[in-house]
Design a protein around this ligand. Structure first.
Ligand code: HEM
Ligand code: HEM
Length: 277
């Protein structure tokens, strides 16, 4: 029970901080910048931070912890896979629109593209996310992938998912710093005007949100239990192979959930899978 409460507390805190981050970026663009618009000007650029923080930070963070929400353990694995993939696809779509906004703004103002470290890492992260999405769908969503491929790919899928999310947080921080240095002239950034302090706080919230999500997604005791122990066993026979394969990345230790020790799928050990945690 203790463990379960801790998870819920961290989840509530991260959702709250995620919301506050989205709110802060909106207040920033409406109070200190030119609001939102699609006219090739500053208002069009502003879609970039708004959609990047909403999609690539907030929604992507929720997408990667969604399997761990205890009340979803009764839902079937295929349904949870669709939710995980759908939220990641939404995060990706918002990020693509966000990137289109900044490229379009640069074109309209004759500003060169892709000169900064922020833009290099940013583009890399977007490309990695698209590959992760494509491979995730092909390997885990479509029923055709053999179990051994699912097993072999899972540690890499989890590692790259965590890496992409962490890199997105770092990219957002670089972008925020860059934008403040570019746009605060009188008084300059170094004089800490109210906008600078407010947006520094936005950066701080993004870091705390990222830290909470990464903590939750890397605790083995909060991982979704194997399909055989979840309440819904429908289609267990068909799912058995793929579920074993997908759980393989984490091994099969007995995991505490709300004081209730659940036995994980022993067959995974027989396949020689070890925990990545
Ligand atoms: C530009 C990606 C978040 C500020 C860019 C560019 C990319 C990119 C690819 C290059 C556009 C071009 O060259 O025409 C990302 C990604 C983010 C993100 C993946 C997700 C976290 C942010 C945030 C801000 C920001 C939160 C804060 C305002 C900027 C600025 C530019 C820019 C000022 C123009 C200058 C430059 O090219 O570095 N971003 N960005 N970005 N971004 Fe971001
Ligand atoms: C697990 C990231 C796309 C299927 C995970 C985990 C992360 C992650 C971090 C570990 C979750 C945990 O330990 O609780 C991502 C990212 C994606 C993405 C960033 C998008 C770019 C997909 C897609 C699918 C998929 C499209 C297709 C269904 C899975 C499965 C698991 C998983 C089956 C194992 C869940 C479990 O442990 O029970 N993903 N993923 N992922 N992901 Fe993804």
């Amino acid at each position: 029970m203790e463990n379960y409460r801790k998870f819920l507390l961290l989840l509530a805190l991260s959702v709250l901080i995620g919301f506050v981050s989205v709110l802060f970026v909106l207040v920033w663009v409406f109070k200190w910048r030119e609001g939102l618009g699609w006219d090739g000007g500053a208002a069009e650029f502003n879609w970039h931070p708004v959609l990047a923080v909403t999609g690539f930070i907030f929604i992507q963070g929720i997408a990667i912890v969604v399997y761990r929400l205890p009340w979803t353990w009764r839902c079937s694995k295929p349904m949870m896979k669709s939710i995980h993939a759908g939220l990641n696809a939404l995060a990706f779509t918002l990020m693509v629109i966000s990137a289109v906004a900044v490229f379009d703004f640069h074109n309209a103002k004759n500003i060169p593209d892709m000169y900064s470290l922020h833009s290099w890492i940013g583009l890399l992260v977007v490309i990695l996310h698209s590959i992760q999405l494509l491979l995730g769908v092909c390997i885990y969503l479509l029923p055709s992938a053999p179990a051994f491929i699912r097993t072999a790919a899972m540690p890499l899928h989890v590692y790259s998912g965590i890496f992409i999310f962490g890199a997105a947080v770092a990219t957002a921080l670089m972008g925020i710093t860059e934008k403040l240095i570019f746009s605060l002239k009188d008084p300059p950034y170094k004089n800490s005007p109210p906008e600078a302090v407010f947006v520094n706080m936005l950066g701080l919230f993004i870091v705390v949100y990222g830290a909470l999500i990464l903590w939750m997604v890397t605790r083995p005791q909060w991982k979704r239990p194997g399909e055989q122990t979840s309440a819904t066993r429908e289609s267990a026979a068909n799912e058995e192979d793929s579920t074993m394969a997908e759980n393989g990345a984490f091994g099969n230790a007995n995991v505490e959930h709300g004081g209730d020790t659940r036995k994980r799928n022993l067959k995974v050990d027989e396949m020689g899978q070890r925990s990545t945690m």
